[in-house]
Each structure stands twice: as C-alpha cells, then as structure tokens.
Write a protein that binds this ligand. Structure first.
Ligand SMILES: Nc1nc2c(ncn2[C@@H]2O[C@H](COP(=O)(O)OP(=O)(O)OP(=O)(O)O)[C@@H](O)[C@H]2O)c(=O)[nH]1
Ligand SMILES: [Mg+2]
Length: 420
C-alpha cells in the first residue's frame, strides 16, 4: 500500500496577445485589432471519499493543464486553457518539495479543494495599448509563463475503521464479510502481508475499513513488520480489536497486542475501540465469550460476539462501528465538515523589477519581459513605445537606482539595450 507519492504539476501558460491591424487612418475597420491571448488552465487538487489510496500515482506522475490560445486578428480573444483537478483521498497532505518541504494544504474533509498552480494570464493584444497619443501601438504582451511544482502527497487517514488482532483471528474474513473486498483468507498465520481496504455502504454512509496483517509480540519494534502495520492503524479513527474465541488464551493475546500498541505510542490506545470475539460458530466459543467479556469489561470498550465466516452478529457490530465513528467525529471535528483546513496559498509570483545577474542588469518584472518578448527588436518605433511602457512601470527608475551608467547594457526579455 502506498501512502506517499510524488507528482509534478504544471499550469498552462497564457496565450500571446497579437500585434495586428492597419495603420492608415480613415480606412474602414482600420486601427489596431490584435486580440488578447487566453488564460492558461490551473491545476487544482481535490479530495474525494471514493478515492481510497495514492496507488495510482505510481503509474502517473505528471499533471498539466492546457495553455491559453494566442489572440488573433479582428480583436479575437484566444481560447482559455482548461483547468484540471487531481483527485486524492480524503486526508491527503500536500507538500511543496523544496530544500525544506512546505505544507501547502491538508485536505482533511471530503470535497476540500485547493489550487496548487495558477494558470498564466493571457497577454494583451495591441488594440489594448491604443491611446490618443499612440493610435497604432506596436506592442503586445506574451502570455504569462506557466508554473511548475514538484509536490509530495502524504495520506494521513487511510480508513475509518482499522481491524487489529493476532494472526489467524479472522480479520480478513471479517473484511470480506463486511465489504466487497476479496482479501486472501487461510487457516495459517500471516496470510495477509499488506493492508487491504474495503468499503462498507450503509444507507448514505460510506465506511472505509482496513484489514492489516496480524500483530505479534515485538510488533512495535518491527517484528513481523509490525511497526509498519501499526503506522497504518495510526491513521484510522476507530479500531475493531478482533479476538479468536477458539484460541488458547485469547485474553492474554489481547493484552499482548494492547501492550504493543501502547509501546508504539501515537495515541493508538486512546482510539475508540470495539472488542469483537470471533468464531462463535465453533463449539463452546459462545460460552467462553461470556467469561472473556467479564475479564475484559475493565477495559471499558464496547463488546460483541460474531462469526465472520458464518456472518453472525455482524449487524450489531456495524451499529457499534457507526456509533463509534459518530463519537470520534464529534471529538475530532468541532468545526464540522465546513472547516477549511487549507494552510497556505500558493507562492505568489515574484515581482521584483530589476536584478543583477552576474554583473548584468536584468529586468525581472514579468509585465515588462512579456511586452519585450513580443517587441520587434529591429523596429525602432516599437522600441520607443516599449521604452515608454518601461518608464510607466517604474523599470527605468529601478535601473537608475541600481546604478546603471551610460554605455551599460541591460536585458529585458530577449532584448539587449544600451543605456544612453
Ligand atoms: N470457524 C470459523 N473460522 C473462521 C471464522 N473467521 C475466520 N475463520 C477462519 O480462520 C482462519 C484465519 O482467517 P483469516 O481471515 O485469514 O485471519 P486473519 O486474521 O486475517 O489472519 P492473518 O492475515 O494471518 O493475520 C481461516 O481458516 C478462516 O476460515 C469464523 O467466524 N469461524
Ligand atoms: Mg488476514
């Protein structure tokens, strides 16, 4: 079972604005008519309770939204790119992979959604730059660049109910009896080697149940991979502790497993728990169950007797599970499902005007580089118009403040410019 995955997301870039139109005055339909580029699509991540694991991210790691279309003539706007939604299970944390990973969002409740990479804005066409002073602008903007991020997904809560117990207790049989899952079942210990998820539908309720491999003494220290399995039940709300009623000393085994859980820590023994004695169809188990129940009463948990293989007592067990889930939700979700767990928004786009890169002054303001990207470097008139825009954006002031001198070269997008 995978509970961590790495993905790469990329938003769509904005489409370019267009420089187009007829320069002559008094011509019908004359004037600048270059349309705007469309906006690029954004990438969202949303959680959904029908998605159980991060398994499928093993096969697909790259998620990209589409780019905006370029503007065209006659003021025609480019098509917008399409947003995409990456579906993850409820309980997924999204981390930005950096030197120090940064938690972007904690999708704790069904339907939570967060934008992780915003689409680039479309560039403006030359029609938008027309003023009374400049009736035929030779300027347009490139679309805003896309955003690309490497993310780590961590699934915190994998199931509502975790079934724990000794090897051979009948845990997988119980999962098979309650859900449509088909775990391997066999009459020897350690049949289950990896956790298996199943879904139980009860009216409008959907309960995700996880069956884990059997726990034995030393589990918390890693014996039989027990520490890994304990980590899985750490991420469930309610435990069903299944006891093999036909085994030799089930009460002692129960205490052994509780001791392992106690040693492991992480609040496992504080979770709501239902003790279920299994195999009541075996002769004598019903009678012995009364004794076991009396001995385990002091534990303060609710108690029932079932036969997983014989499908006996399951309705009562399901009722107890539902009740425990309601109580656990009241305890952990005071704000209810409306609560928004999203922690921090995506990193804002960098908006520094000018920076020095290896002794050279480079204009970094994206609004400026996008204009430069569409400017014909050989057209002096276009360059004058661009210079005028750079001045309005405060770029020229910033270059002066950075100490630019006569004869120095500065870069804006693909253009090199000599300072005069
Ligand atoms: N008689 C009887 N046998 C049962 C019952 N439930 C399970 N069993 C049997 O007990 C054996 C173990 O069942 P599993 O469901 O594989 O047990 P498990 O707890 O998942 O075992 P591990 O995965 O090895 O930890 C199998 O032979 C089952 O058929 C029951 O209610 N009655
Ligand atoms: Mg099993």
């Amino acid at each position: 079972m995978i509970d961590r995955a790495y993905i790469n997301v990329k938003s769509g870039r904005g489409g370019n604005g267009l420089i187009s139109g007829r320069r002559e005055k008094f011509v019908p339909y004359g004037g600048p008519d270059g349309g705007d580029g469309g906006d690029g699509g954004s990438v969202y991540i949303s959680c959904d309770k029908s998605t159980g694991t991060l398994q499928r991210f093993r096969y697909k790691q790259n998620y990209s939204a589409t780019s905006g279309g370029n503007g065209s003539r006659v003021n025609k706007h480019g098509a917008n790119g399409e947003d995409i939604d990456v579906l993850v299970p409820v309980g997924t944390q999204i981390w930005l992979e950096d030197d120090e990973p940064i938690l972007i969002a904690d999708l704790a409740y069904d339907g939570n959604r967060v934008m992780v990479a915003s689409g680039g804005k479309g560039g403006r066409g030359n029609a938008r730059f027309a003023t009374s002073r400049n009736q035929f602008p030779l300027l347009a903007e490139e679309g805003e660049a896309s955003m690309e991020l490497n993310l780590r997904l961590d699934l915190k809560l994998i199931a509502d109910i975790g079934i724990v117990g000794a090897p051979n207790a009948g845990k997988s049989s119980l999962l098979a009896a309650l859900t449509a899952a088909h775990p391997k079942i066999a009459g020897y210990p350690f049949t289950t080697l990896e956790p298996v998820l199943g879904v139980l539908e009860r009216g409008a309720q959907t309960i995700v149940i996880v069956d884990i491999p059997g726990l034995i003494e030393g589990a918390h220290e890693g014996v039989g991979l027990g520490d890994q399995f304990l980590r899985h039940i750490e991420r469930t709300r309610v435990l069903v502790h299944l006891i093999d009623g036909s085994a030799d000393d089930p009460v002692a085994t129960y205490h052994e497993i509780r001791e392992e859980m106690e040693q492991f820590g992480q609040g496992l023994t504080e979770k709501p728990q239902i003790i279920a004695i299994n195999k009541t169809d075996v002769d004598g188990v019903v009678e012995m169950s009364e004794l076991y129940e009396a001995e385990l009463k002091g534990e303060g948990y609710s108690f029932c007797t079932i036969s997983a293989a014989g499908h006996l007592g399951l309705d009562e067990l399901i009722e107890k599970m539902l009740q425990a889930l309601v109580e656990s939700r009241e305890e952990f979700e005071p704000g209810g499902a409306e609560q928004i767990p999203i922690l921090s928004p995506v990193e804002p786009r960098r908006e520094q005007l000018v920076s020095r890169v290896g002794g050279e002054l480079v204009v970094t303001l994206s609004a400026a580089t996008r204009l430069a990207g569409m400017t014909d470097p050989n057209n002096w008139e276009a360059r004058i118009q661009l210079y005028d825009q750079l001045r309005r954006m405060g770029v020229i002031k910033a270059l002066e403040a950075a100490g630019i001198e006569h004869g120095d070269i500065f870069k804006v997008g693909k253009l090199d410019w000599e300072w005069e």
